[in-house]
Design a protein around this ligand. Sequence first.
Ligand code: ATP
Ligand code: MG
Length: 444
Amino acid sequence: MTFSLPPQVNNAIRLLKDNGFEAYCVGGCVRDMVMKKEPHDYDITTSAAPEEMKRVFDGFRVIETGIKHGTLTVLSDGMPLEITTYRVDGEYLDNRHPDTVTFSRELKDDLSRRDFTVNTLCYNEDEGIIDLFGGIEDINNKTIRCVGEPDKRFSEDALRIIRALRFAAVLGFEIEPETAKSILKNKDLLSNIAIERIRDEFTKLICANKVHGLLNEYHAVIEVFLPEIAALRGCEQNTPYHIYDVFEHTLRAVDGIESDKALRLTMLLHDIAKPVCKKTDENGQDHFKGHALVGSGEALNILKRLRYDNKSVDKVCKLIAIHSLPVPNTKAEAKHFLNEHGVENSLDYIKVRFADLSAKANPHCQDERLKRFRGFIDEITAGNECFTLAQLEVNGNDLKEIGITNGKAINRVLSVLLTEVIEESIENKKEALLKRAKEYAKTQ
Ligand code: ATP
Ligand code: MG
């Protein structure tokens, strides 16, 4: 197998080799090239010790990213490359970090500390692929397998548990049975891992193309840091709209929306409050009144605990709060919706509704209404049609000039004018609006 590496990567490898060291690109980038995918970055592993690397890259811009662990970032013709000295990890006493790191001159030492066989491949143009742990065969068989003894590897660094699920989901691979058994056995070790590290892997996991199968099989792992989802399992929904319990519905809804962090999190948590809001009536029918608002509050706690960024938290909570609002049926209703929730949230609301419906008894029952709403939004925004006070052709000062001076009265009049413009009973023209404002003020 030969691959063409970017010249910046090749040059860095060549420079190390010309100075008498070994050097390869390693890990995800080689895995991706074998799978005929474009790598998103290139990591290099080398026999050169950190001080030796610094000498080799004298004259380059070098950032000492993790010098203690042997990692330098070298800017090679504008491309940042992470270059790391062959490493052997010492004992892991806390399920997350090796207590010591020693450098090595042996490639095999470095590869054997890596997590999964598919992540141990190395490549350079002189030697081609180096595959010491059967990584190619596992890629061909679509298998995630620990390097070495799974129990030992997961107890060294429990983050690997969630990484295994992440790679399986993202690559569309199966987890090899011994590795799978060990994941479930060691899942509680995840509580020793910093939540930010779990969050980053979990985010990649839920953004995979299909997550249903994995989250279903390994729900117990997810429940270690997201215990709230346990109550969704077995929470039946005896309503005309549903055929699945809340968990099954949730997983299908996650797969039903595009791979965007906030949208995936929204679907994952959109019905999180259904178990607490569930009421069964005398006919045996279930109702979940208020679950959207209660769920939005629960999601806030969960996402803060997982230390998601504020922007994503706000978006997810907002979308959960509005996810079960009725779809606007007319252009005027669409404008009221836009005024209340903004254009971006309204467009996302449509995506959320489609995904939510895709996981229900009648997946296409609202397609037409949603498409029509989408069409209204396009028309309204393209035509710059008025749906907010800011777009109204009069403002508070204009009203003051015609003698409406009281603050509350100004707000009331503006809001009446906006409603009438939205409902198209009056044009958004200054003269007409002022005339109407005077009439209205007289009736007050
Ligand atoms: P991605 O495409 O997501 O970047 P990747 O395989 O490059 O995938 P990274 O998290 O960037 O994953 O890690 C780079 C490499 O470092 C991995 O391929 C693996 O060899 C090794 N690695 C990363 N984290 C661990 C870990 N916790 N335990 C063992 N090896 C690890
Ligand atoms: Mg990587």
